[in-house]
Design a protein around this ligand. Structure first.
Ligand code: CO
Length: 134
């Protein structure tokens, strides 16, 4: 069902410092910060040859990232995103196999303008999983 690793998302307490670490210490190409109010995050994309890293920082009062950072004060891996060809077929198969889909269960438009769903970490080795239709 799953295809390529689309991205790994890392929540960070200081976005500028994190972007600098990836750009200057690790020598990666990073984008300018982008506010995504619908998702409650400001994001910097780190472009790697085979995938992307997304540095996430809370935006607004009810950001889902704020709670994560309150528990992981120096930041941490927030989720991994796998590509799927057909998100509704993938969702239906996952539900059939007993996996829990977070939220309404209907795909919403993710940070890349494509439909996404999030799957409960309880079903996937303690890791929040995003699937994205590409
Ligand atoms: Co993501």
């Amino acid at each position: 069902m799953i295809g390529r690793l689309n991205h790994v998302a890392i929540a960070v307490p200081d976005l500028a410092a994190a972007a600098k670490t990836y750009e200057q210490t690790l020598g990666a190409k990073v984008t300018a910060p982008k506010d995504l109010p619908d998702h409650g995050v400001t994001v910097v994309f780190v472009e790697l040859p085979n995938t992307k890293i997304e540095l996430l920082h809370p935006l607004g009062d009810d950001s889902p990232i704020a709670k994560f950072l309150s528990k992981n004060t120096s930041g941490g891996m927030h989720h991994v995103c796998y590509e799927v060809e057909d998100i509704l077929a993938a969702r239906d198969q996952l539900i059939k196999d007993g996996a829990k889909i977070l939220g309404s269960g209907e795909p919403r438009i993710g940070a890349h303008g494509k439909p996404v769903l999030f799957l409960s970490p309880k079903d996937f080795c303690g890791t929040l999983v995003e699937i994205e239709q590409v």
